[in-house]
Design a protein around this ligand. Sequence first.
Ligand code: SF4
Ligand code: SF4
Ligand code: SF4
Length: 315
Amino acid sequence: MRRPKITEWRIIAQTAWLLVLSSALLGVPYFSSGPWTKNIFWPNLSTRFLIYNPTTSFLYQIQSRLSSGWESYYVTIVIPLVIFILLVIVLGRVWCGWLCPMGFLQDILLRIRKRLGIPYSEVSPKAVLVLNQTGYVILFLISFISFAVGVTFLGMNNFFSRAELPFEMVAPPRPITIFLQQVLGWESWDAAIPLPGLIIALAIIALSFKVRHFWCRICPAGAMMSLLNRKALVSIEKDGTKCTKCRVCLRACPMDIEEIYEEKELDNVTNPTCIHCYRCVELCPENGCLSVKFLNKTLTMSKYPYSRNVKGVVK
Ligand code: SF4
Ligand code: SF4
Ligand code: SF4
């Protein structure tokens, strides 16, 4: 019997997680309010806008707590932050490649693009860098404005309310999530979708047809995880002696990461922006050239446990 490919496992995981996120609608109570789980915030933005959201978005919580002002409330950021750091140290950005609904949406857009035969634009290393730095800028602005609203610095509280911080208005997951809920009949068509967010969401969707995973390149949650991604216990390793420089990994990588192709000597080739989709490992034609490791234990490697004909797969 043919074994499932990595991509198929990812689709199963992404779909299952989407069902978990909708679990409250299926009668499962909120698990984000339990005594043990209330401090575990997931690093995506979408769940904040799900009706009966069973989990809480990390970025939303950071904004919300920073904008609450001084006093003991700031202390409550510490526990979720420590949990978040531990999760990223163990799993890196596995969240992005395997669970995040926004990542899943971009995977779907990528497939639609391929079906339509629209070629993607390769992003130059310089542009990749600029886009990645943009994620950090957005992250800084989110944190700074939320903080300034909380301590009434520069009169920011006159411009923004805690309920509608700027990122809440412009982040694309909000209109996308609300729209999907409206289509599914879970949300009234009267529900407000902020116009700036709607315009940005449409622009991101359109751009995704040319630049693969466009939003993930500037996503502030992704930027936060990038800081520890290379140090995570899960990593991609390369045996440079087996590499034939065929460029398949580079063409397959939705984040245009050069390092996976370029790197010759280093074992660990996990780039900070790597979303751990393992497309490179799945499609590399050289046996054992690329592998996914967890604490030095090999989880899977290129051309194992199945061999693949990559011709025509990477578009
Ligand atoms: S980088 Fe992409 S996949 Fe990762 S949290 Fe952001 S939107 Fe989700
Ligand atoms: S796909 Fe494998 S063999 Fe080809 S360039 Fe990448 S690492 Fe080297
Ligand atoms: S380097 Fe490999 S695992 Fe990382 S994003 Fe690119 S294709 Fe996915």
